[in-house]
Write a protein that binds this ligand. Structure first.
Ligand SMILES: [Zn+2]
Length: 347
């Protein structure tokens, strides 16, 4: 019975929750982009045949802080996403890469194109909640955020979106799930090391130049007592002696990117993700040290590490790489096509 319940939960989690949580980075929210088990979101990877192909030019967005659905021009929507998800100070080519990823995600959710929409808000294709779909900010919010820089930044973001108008990421003639995150910590993850499924275009690549990010390396300090108590809240049967904690941490299994996949603490094997959650860490790339009565947890990177690293994208842009090169670097084997052309291929 327990296994059945677990199975049902797994299916629910994989099919309902995972696809709904994407994104991401830049507000440094505690959000993690999680693509679905059903990797190909749109009707098994193919856009459904459309009667009216002009549908994809608009999108129904649930505006979380106004509690209403607003129909808007797709490209205008993408501007609000790029502005919310990536600092406007970033390089133009990084902003363009972000625009293509944001557009691809939005279109994959479009109900009019056969997507499932935002699961939390029936009738909406996406919501503006970074904890659920992808962040989006209105012009009013951006005026407030950017102050006197509004005109300059808005023009810059608009250019990034307009220069990539209609461009989307495809693999095998289907829209991809463009996972992205703030900082990989030097190397991105293979999808199967973070989620269950092996996704051909979400492969581990080195991601240099991220060290400039203020949150590249962070530390969390907890007392030994708190360390043990918090772990016990998760695993009441944990046996961990306070006198020599580091010696009781072993069998650390790491992912290709060097993040902790599993480790044994005392008598219990934890997932890296559990530890991340328990201690509210920015990533699963962590290590422990003891200082006096405290445990120092050093964390490298920010986010799940799958797909495009936003700081890595900016570093590549600084080296002179173009947005398409950045996208093809982080999403292995993808192509960049105009959505109109994709619709034609599929008809
Ligand atoms: Zn949503």
């Amino acid at each position: 019975m327990r296994y059945v319940a677990y199975g049902v939960f797994t299916i629910f989690f994989s099919l309902i929750i995972l696809p709904s949580i994407i994104v991401f980075g830049f507000n440094f929210h505690k959000t993690f982009s999680v693509p679905s088990q059903e990797i190909k979101l749109v009707d098994n990877g193919k856009l459904v045949k459309l009667e009216d192909t002009s549908n994809y030019k608009t999108i129904n967005v649930f505006i979380t802080n106004q509690n209403k659905i607003q129909k808007m021009d797709l490209e205008e929507y993408v501007k609000g996403v790029v502005a919310a998800e990536m600092p406007a100070e970033f390089e133009m080519e990084a902003l363009k890469a972000q625009a293509v990823a944001a557009r691809t995600y939005a279109l994959s959710k479009e109900i009019a194109l056969g997507g499932k929409g935002c699961e939390l808000h029936p009738g909406a294709d996406v919501c503006a909640d970074s904890e659920h779909c992808q962040a989006w900010q209105s012009e009013g919010e951006l005026r407030q955020k950017w102050g006197e820089n509004f005109d300059k930044y808005y023009a810059k973001i608009s250019q990034a979106v307009e220069d990539t108008r209609g461009l989307v990421l495809v693999y095998d003639d289907a829209l991809i799930v463009p996972a992205y995150h703030a900082i990989s910590g030097g190397k991105t993850e293979n999808s199967e090391d973070v989620w269950q499924s092996k996704i051909p275009y979400l492969r581990s690549v080195v991601s240099p130049g991220e060290e400039v990010a203020s949150k590249y390396k962070t530390t969390v300090i907890v007392s030994k007592e708190e360390f043990i108590n918090k772990l016990k809240q998760k695993e009441p049967s944990l046996k961990l002696d306070n006198s020599n904690i580091l010696n009781q941490i072993k069998d650390v299994e790491k992912t290709q990117a060097g993040h902790v996949k599993t480790l044994k603490i005392g008598n219990i094997t934890f997932n890296g993700k559990d530890i991340k959650e328990i201690f509210n860490l920015n990533s699963t790339n962590f290590s422990f040290e003891v200082q006096g009565n405290n445990i120092i947890i050093t964390v490298i990177g920010y986010g799940h590490g799958v797909g495009m690293s936003q700081y890595g994208a900016n570093a590549l842009a600084k080296q002179g790489k173009k947005f398409d090169e950045i996208l093809k670097y982080y999403y292995t084997g993808v192509e960049i096509v105009k959505i109109e052309d994709l619709l034609e291929i599929q008809h």
